[in-house]
Design a binder for this molecule. Structure first.
Ligand SMILES: [Zn+2]
Length: 88
C-alpha cells in the first residue's frame, strides 16, 4: 500500500516537472520571436525576400516563421534577396 502511494507521488512529480520544462521552452521561443520583431530587417523562414521591419509584408509574416537580421549583409549572406516593395 505504501509503495503504491510512493509510485503515485513519483508519477505526479514526473508529470509536473515535464510540464514545467515544456512551459519554460515555450516562453524562451516566444522571447526569441519577440526579439526578431525588434530587428531592423526581417524575413520569413517560408520565403526568400527580406524586408525592412516597417514593410507591410514584414507585418504579415507569422511570428512563428519570423527571422530577424541586424544588417542587410546578414540577410543576404543567409541567401535572401531584398523585397521589391520596401527595397531594404
Ligand atoms: Zn518588404
Amino acid at each position: 500500500m505504501r509503495n503504491r502511494i510512493l509510485v503515485v507521488v513519483l508519477a505526479l512529480c514526473f508529470a509536473l516537472s515535464a510540464m514545467l520544462v515544456s512551459c519554460k521552452s515555450e516562453s524562451a521561443a516566444t522571447a526569441t520571436e519577440a526579439a526578431a520583431r525588434t530587428k531592423p530587417y526581417v524575413g520569413s523562414v517560408m520565403r526568400e525576400p527580406f524586408h525592412k521591419s516597417t514593410c507591410k509584408w514584414a507585418k504579415k509574416i507569422h511570428t512563428d516563421n519570423l527571422v530577424g537580421y541586424d544588417t542587410k549583409a546578414q540577410a543576404v549572406d543567409d541567401g535572401r534577396r531584398p523585397c521589391k516593395v520596401c527595397n531594404p
